[in-house]
Design a protein around this ligand. Structure first.
Ligand code: ARG
Length: 426
């Protein structure tokens, strides 16, 4: 038995790597502490080669040249960077918009939407780089491990996965010690300042939003501290002047912002910028994770906070009462599947077919007024609105809508309810 085989517990799942067979690993690399330690640790413990992949999903403030340089210095054969913003926006965020997707009533799913794409790219790069195994930095407590491993196991049954953070049993201190020992650069906020050991928030972000977890966020009675908001302006600091923007949709796709036609990625970035400036998109969320835990997240999702309500409003205007009653249930199911890591589940595709069909009519423009943390629909227009001002008006009587037909309608409409009431009140 080799060293590697002796020091690892036997795999639980069929897709987990057998340490003896790990030759070349595709590591999903962020450049942060966990995956940097991992890059070294995999080479040491598995005696394997490592190829890194870093995926750009529009997370702000990332310096990819620095990440690549760091990976190479830590021994990676190669560090690939892919700009997947366009694919992410088109194939993942757009379906979420058409499905008005919010999990638990508040989470616009940015991380949940990003993981299946990241894992799909990992599969592509693993195959083209001759890797047998995919490694990622997820812990054993979160949803992301489910999303990544379910994707790999679905798309590439021949590949195996390893999740070192789940098994290496290093705490933060030990990781930092390991990093120091192996010449892995540590940012001062990771090690804690000279005064104390303040661990950073656990952050994940992309162009659809940003999450923070950890530290005081785990104390449910602790109101948000100001320093957590790195994306959205705190509402109390937002401009004193309100701003109204118009968002134009074609068949459910946002195509224009304030009269200017834009590509999707640019439009999402513009929406995020305007909403963030006005303090829009902060969500303090209690969430039921798929692995059974209940946790609190602080979300900053400015683009979603502006575009989802606009889309939903337009959709409501062009759909009938029956479509509007029906769609919410399917939206909840869609959001739950995606949250739960089952992006590749056929039911999601079936639901998308319905969303697509409904969105055929979702063309028009919605005006949203932004002011100190709020975004409110103020204007609507659509060639497909199931709306006739003359019919709805209080000013008109008669016309196509026959008010004298109403009493007959009410009599029949309420018939069963009235009978049941009488029976119960005999
Ligand atoms: N609670 C959210 C989710 O499950 C956000 C997770 C953020 N992930 C992270 N690795 N920090 O999708």
């Amino acid at each position: 038995m080799s060293d590697a085989e002796q020091s690892f517990p036997p795999p639980t799942a069929s897709y987990e790597a057998d340490p003896g067979n790990v030759q070349r690993v595709l590591l999903l690399y962020s450049g942060g502490l966990d995956t940097s330690v991992m890059l070294k640790w995999i080479q040491d413990r598995y005696e394997a080669e490592v190829v890194c992949l870093t995926v750009n999903l529009g997370q702000p403030g990332e310096d990819y040249a620095v990440i690549v340089e760091k990976a190479r210095r830590l021994g990676a054969l190669e560090c690939h960077v892919v700009d997947a913003r366009e694919e992410f926006a088109r194939e993942y965020v757009l379906p979420a918009i058409k499905a008005n997707a919010l999990y638990g009533g508040g989470y616009p799913l940015f991380t949940a939407l990003g993981r299946p794409l990241i894992a799909k790219l990992a599969v592509d790069y693993a195959r083209s780089n001759g890797c047998d195994t995919i490694a990622h930095g997820c812990t054993g407590k979160g949803n992301d491990q489910v999303r990544i491993e379910a994707t790999v196991a679905t798309l590439a049954p021949e590949l195996r996965t390893i999740a070192p953070v789940r098994s290496w049993q290093m705490g933060r201190e030990e990781e930092i010690a390991y990093a120091r020992e192996h010449g892995i650069p540590i940012k001062s906020h990771q090690a804690g300042g000279t005064g104390g050991e303040i661990a950073p928030y656990s952050i994940d972000d992309n162009l659809w939003g940003r999450s923070s977890e950890g530290r005081w966020i785990e104390e449910l009675d602790h109101a948000p501290e100001d320093d957590v908001f790195q994306l959205v302006t705190r509402p109390e600091l937002a401009p004193d002047e309100a701003e109204t923007v118009e968002i134009e949709f074609e068949r459910g796709v946002p195509v224009g912002f304030d009269g200017e036609r834009m590509e999707l990625v640019a439009l999402l970035e513009r929406a995020a910028e305007v909403a963030a400036r006005h303090g829009v998109g902060i969500v303090d969320h209690i969430e039921d994770r798929i692995v059974g835990l209940k946790v609190r997240d602080i979300y900053e999702a400015p683009a979603a906070a502006l575009l989802l309500p606009a889309h939903q409003e337009l959709e409501k205007l062009v759909c009938t009462i029956h479509q509007n009653q029906f769609k919410g249930g399917l939206e909840r199911q869609w959001a739950y599947l995606v949250y739960a890591g089952l992006w590749w589940e056929p039911l999601r595709g079936d639901l998308d077919a319905y969303m697509e069909s409904v969105n055929e009519q979702v063309t028009g423009t919605i005006g949203m007024k932004l002011y100190k943390g709020h975004a409110r629909v103020v204007t609507r227009s659509s060639p497909n609105a199931v709306y006739d001002q003359a019919l709805a008006s209080f000013g008109e009587s008669g016309g196509l809508f026959s008010q004298t037909a109403s009493p007959g309608f009410i009599e029949l409409w309420s018939l069963q309810s009235r009978m049941a009431w009488r029976l119960r009140n005999r």
